[in-house]
Design a protein around this ligand. Structure first.
Ligand code: C2E
Ligand code: MG
Ligand code: MG
Ligand code: MG
Length: 292
């Protein structure tokens, strides 16, 4: 009651805030509808071993196609899905779909392919996540080793014990854990190990453009060195040039992902993309260090 009164009072003072809440409410209704009508799509972006040029995995990225052919980016709807709690249902769908797609691709001959799925911290709230992951793997008949879960460092700020317990359970299943956007958050290093992470994904804001690289090369170097000494795998995000590949490889980075190879594409396009990437890897392997 008091809340309602408060909101009514607000109305007189701040129309724009009310309007924003109204828009949010409408968007949330649309999100709910999109979920029940199965409007969401998963697109996949390859992750490439810098040494061999081989495709190791694909990252599942949510897409929301609109009637006019445009696409709403996850950055625009994930925050609302999180604050409304809808992310749990949406996230479960993502897990099931990504596991099924990965299993399908493995049956089609990409036998070693893995899939990376982004998780929101909200998905850890109810404690059901390990069960959801287990069920998704079983239904798809996908071995746990084929699944990597991407978490951001913001997770560390939250209800840590509750989350760490679930991460332990997930690790015991055989699922691997990657820290996404590494270097942009608090980078609570002492927790890195308790996280049971096996991979650090270096944030693309250090890497994509030449200016970003110039400003951040020492930081990237430090992250890779730290990852090596902790025995962690490194994936650089946002690789857009051959130059970036060479620099990252020289620093000892293991894998890369970015528009240089491909943006995220629908699953139907992956076999042809894999073939094209494999051919270009053979023609000019990333291992050719002639420029170093
Ligand atoms: P992220 O997990 O860090 O994903 C990488 C983002 O970088 C993707 O944006 C990808 O399209 C973009 N990207 C890839 N290569 C390049 C490049 O070379 N240059 C540049 N400039 N960008 C590149 P996208 O698909 O818009 O996703 C944005 C974020 O939304 C993701 O960041 C992730 O945090 C979140 N997200 C996406 N799908 C899901 C999901 O299923 N669940 C959750 N919880 N979050 C998701
Ligand atoms: Mg990610
Ligand atoms: Mg990222
Ligand atoms: Mg992100």
């Amino acid at each position: 009651r008091a809340k309602e009164d408060g909101r009514n009072t607000y109305h007189f003072y701040d129309d724009s805030l009310d309007k924003a809440n109204d828009d949010k409410f409408k968007l949330l209704q649309l999100l709910r509808l999109a979920l029940t009508e199965q409007q969401f799509r998963l697109y996949y972006q390859p992750q490439i071993a810098l040494g061999s040029g081989q495709i190791t995995a694909v990252e599942a990225l949510l897409r929301w196609p609109q009637a006019d052919g445009s696409m709403i980016s996850p950055d625009q709807f994930i925050p609302l899905a999180e604050s409304s709690g809808l992310i749990c249902e949406l996230g479960s769908w993502v897990l099931r779909q990504a596991c099924q797609h990965c299993a399908l691709l493995r049956r089609q001959g990409f036998a070693e392919l893995r899939v990376a799925v982004n998780l929101s911290v909200i998905q850890f709230k109810d404690g059901l996540l390990p069960g959801t992951v287990h069920a998704a793997l079983q239904q798809a008949e996908l071995p746990a080793e084929a699944l990597e879960l991407e978490l951001t460092e913001s997770l560390l700020a939250d209800d840590t014990e509750h989350i760490l317990l679930q991460l332990d359970t997930l690790s015991q299943l055989g699922v691997t854990i990657a820290i996404d956007d590494f270097g942009t958050g608090y980078s609570n290093l002492s927790y890195l190990r308790r996280f049971n992470a096996s991979t650090l994904k270096i944030d693309r804001s250090f890497i994509s453009t030449e200016e970003q690289w110039q400003a951040n090369a020492p930081l990237v170097q430090a992250i890779i060195q730290m990852a090596v000494s902790l025995g962690l795998n490194t994936i650089a995000e946002g690789i857009e040039s051959a130059d970036a590949i060479r620099k990252l490889q020289a620093l000892g980075c293991n894998e890369g992902q970015g528009f240089y190879w491909s943006p995220a594409v629908p699953i139907e396009q992956l076999p042809a993309l894999f073939t094209a990437l494999q051919l270009s890897a053979q023609a000019s392997p990333a291992t050719s260090n002639t420029n170093l």
